[in-house]
Ligand binder design. Structure first.
Ligand code: ZN
Length: 190
């Protein structure tokens, strides 16, 4: 898979690999994909997916649960793929990162770094990512070697960590420079 987080099995998976090209953005339809996988795959409709009890979504896109997928997650235009077997031992924040990274591809295209940053931005914005989670993500990603589309894991960690810090700092700055944020009321006090 072009969007696979883990390049380790890329060689073996080449036969079914599909390379994202925005100009000719064609992937399989979700039905064709699931049919090809057989009975072990199933489709989770948008709004129904939960990760460790947390509801997640990627706009209106459904997720295919594929326990035999060669990576933790993947993405084709219009739908996401999660390997629930592979992610089961990970911490919640790492799982959410993986899902959000794949979701990011729906918006940023094939760029791996941009998909990583999308996930971090989402984590901060939606409140599920904290400093510990950022460390967990780094520990997880740092084991991965790079390939032609994925920078080496430690580099991805560094880029995400830096971005996380920026987001947090901006957040703090915004709230300290607007101490009277409480002034945004419906109308003047009476
Ligand atoms: Zn990716």
């Amino acid at each position: 898979m072009a969007f696979a987080l883990c390049p380790a099995l890329a060689g073996e998976a080449r036969a079914q690999e599909w390379v994202y090209k925005p100009s000719t953005s064609t992937g399989p339809t979700i039905d064709a994909y699931v049919k090809q996988l057989g009975p072990e795959a199933n489709i989770i409709a948008h709004g129904d997916l939960q990760i460790d009890g947390k509801s997640v979504n990627c706009g209106k896109r459904p997720t295919v649960i594929n326990p035999n997928f060669d990576s933790w997650g993947g993405a084709f235009p219009g739908f996401l793929i999660l390997n629930t077997n592979k992610i089961s031992g990970l911490t919640t924040q790492v799982k959410l990162y993986i899902y959000s990274h794949e979701c990011g591809h729906q918006f940023v295209g094939a760029d791996e770094i941009q998909a990583d940053l999308f996930a971090i931005r989402r984590g901060v914005k939606w409140g599920w990512l904290d400093a510990q989670g950022m460390e967990d993500i780094c520990t997880f990603i740092s084991q991965l070697k790079g390939n032609s589309v994925h920078p080496p894991g430690p580099k991805r960690c560094e880029t995400m960590r830096k971005y996380y810090r920026q987001l947090i700092e901006n957040d703090t700055r915004t709230s300290t420079t607007t101490p009277d944020a409480g002034a945004h009321t419906l109308g003047p006090p009476r």
